[in-house]
Design a protein. Sequence first.
Length: 202
Amino acid sequence: MSAAHWHVSSLLRRCAMINARGVVRASPFIRLAQRGNAGSAAPASSAGVTAHVLSLMQQRIYGGETKPFYVVDLNDVKAKHEQWSALLPRVQPFYAVKCNPDVEVMRTLAALGANFDCASAGEIDAVLGLGVAPERIVYANPCKQEEQLAAAAGAGVEWMTFDCAEELLKIKATHPGAKLLLRLLADDSNSVCAFGKKFGAQ
């Protein structure tokens, strides 16, 4: 295998999205929908799934596709949610939409009963559009715009976070019926993304 072919093969193994029906989708900003041959189903074995995914990705790449795409196994998303529920039955997860707002990922989690962490009115609308009740959403932006607070209130979203007096006063003025969660500063100095540098009450 040449270096060029190795690079493409390595790239193929990392980048695009496939669900159990063999649908390839792009990152949230590019929507692709390509199926295998009519009537064919995604193979059941691990090796078969890998070959199937690589085949679909190769069609895209060798066909001239230059925009990035990635692969997500929705069965794995389901398995991880079930594992969380089994090991931490008293802890309700809230999926941060900003980490991957793909509609199929969110639809899968919504069907499993997961809750959602939204950072904007747009994310709230996307989750509500999946039939998720507003009680299952927390508006977790650390610095919320007043018009977006009003939009959250209008959508029935009551739970939200704050970590400073200024944010608390803003919420009181714009959404006085909100239910609040105090975001505390924790030592995350060894984290890949150290959010403590940006927010968290001391």
